[in-house]
Design a protein around this ligand. Structure first.
Ligand code: LLP
Length: 420
């Protein structure tokens, strides 16, 4: 979706004050472009929505781990949420202070836990008893104490796509209420662990506030008997509008639903999508336009290998021309076009469709298209299927005018380099 940073001016799409076509001319397509200004603005908007709780914000690096993005957020005061040794390494590389890093994840390996302990990472979000034992033993052998949050699986159904819901009982995530209570009752069995918080994350792109509220209430009941536990990490999940009429609550609605419950607690947040999704776009070029069986296929140089979300979750991303905006008064891009234009990629998979049934009048080979709201879970989920090199990432700096290629395009030689 268009926003303050991704806008048309005089018939051309801009990222802040830079024409998208200028970047595409230098960097080629497909290319990811991120507005650091928008990302930092999102961080500030989130801080102000949750002002009453003064949360510690740990940006969820899994959403977009580009070092330039991480660095900008760290400089603006964000901590990091990392889910692997690789993400901890990157967060440290981007300048995050170890004490401001949360290490989360369902299956942390012994090497990752050891690395996180060596680096003095601030928090471990623990998800099972075996992990807790291992962490305790490793910490003991290294003469350290690990500060932890127990990740609760509250058995609450989140209103979101089933593939990104995590808080229901049948999900692999977290500890059941019974298991969490049991661990808290046996804290003394883990002498090298400091039990400091409860953590939950019931899903991403949450469409209602009530499920989160119920989950937080349950979490507060679990820690109620332990006066030392007055910190709650409420995870990420804050939604982003992918279309102008996306029926999502505001971040303020989430804050309003949670503030009465959490006002006497220290609160941690792990936002990913809400910080970076609408700061990013993927620009592709049209290769061919083909009519077949009453449908129009617009074949681009971008595909599911650059942006997996439509293929994986049937996710909807608006697709707009880089030159000349949609005709004023024309039907919304969301409406199903009678001529059924599908924007597809070159990959040998039927599901390689970036957008179905779109209204993109007059699109021709050589045109560039921008896939919007692609800054989160875009490049990080890109892959090399069909031996397709991953695209470059460009960041437009906070001044809105200057930009650089923050990650170069991979080459065919890059793809062969790990084989012996
Ligand atoms: N904290 C935890 C424990 C998480 O599992 C996640 C995301 C976050 C925070 C950040 O959530 P966010 O604020 O971004 O909603 N690939 C999917 C989304 C997967 C989310 C995984 N966990 C997508 O493209 O929609």
């Amino acid at each position: 979706m268009l926003n303050d940073s991704i806008q048309y001016h005089n018939g051309a799409l801009y990222c802040d004050s830079v024409p998208v076509s200028e970047i595409a001319a230098h960097a080629g397509t497909p290319v990811y472009i991120y507005s650091l200004r928008r990302a930092l603005d999102n961080l500030r908007r989130l801080q102000s929505a949750f002002a009453a709780l003064r949360p510690h914000i740990h940006y969820s690096a899994k959403a977009n781990a580009n070092l330039a993005v991480l660095r900008a957020l760290v400089r603006a005061g964000a901590g990091m949420d990392a889910v692997s040794g690789g993400e901890i390494y990157r967060a440290l590389h981007a300048g995050a202070a170890p004490e401001n890093i949360v290490f989360a994840g369902v299956g942390k390996t012994p090497d990752e836990l050891r690395y996180a302990l060596e680096q003095d990472v601030g928090w471990f979000n623990v998800e099972n008893v075996g992990e807790l034992r291992l962490l305790n033993d490793l910490a003991a052998s290294m003469g350290r104490t690990a500060q932890i949050a127990l990740r609760l699986n509250p058995d609450v159904a989140a209103s979101t796509h089933r593939h990104i819901a995590t808080g229901h009982g049948g999900a692999k995530f977290g500890l059941s209420i019974g298991a969490a209570r049991d661990l808290l009752a046996h804290q003394s069995d883990y002498p090298c662990i400091r039990f400091s918080a409860i953590h939950l994350h019931i899903g991403s792109q949450l469409h209602d506030t009530q499920a989160t509220r119920s989950a937080v209430k349950l979490a507060l009941e679990v820690i109620a008997p332990y006066p030392d536990l007055r910190t709650v990490n409420i995870g990420g999940g804050l939604p982003v509008a992918y279309t102008p009429d996306d029926p999502i609550p505001n971040w303020e609605d989430f804050a309003a639903a949670l503030t009465p419950l959490l006002k006497d607690y220290t609160v941690l947040l792990e936002p990913g999508r809400s910080i970076i999704a609408d700061a990013g776009l993927l620009v592709v070029s049209v290769l061919y336009v083909k009519q077949q069986a009453g449908q129009t296929f617009v074949i681009t140089d971008g595909s599911m290998t650059e942006l997996l979300r439509p293929a994986l979750y049937e996710a909807y991303h608006e697709i707009v021309p880089v030159k000349s905006p949609p005709v004023p008064g024309a039907r919304s891009l969301l409406e199903v076009a009678s001529d059924r234009i599908h924007i597809v990629g070159p990959v040998c998979e039927t599901t390689d469709v970036l957008g179905r049934d779109r209204h993109l009048p007059g699109v021709q080979p050589g045109d560039q298209l921008a896939i919007l709201t692609a800054g989160a879970y875009g490049l990080v989920m890109a892959n090399n299927y069909n031996q397709r090199p991953r695209p470059p990432e460009v960041v437009v700096h906070e001044d809105g005018q200057t930009w650089h290629i923050a990650r170069r395009r991979e080459t065919w030689a890059d793809l062969a380099q790990f084989e012996v």
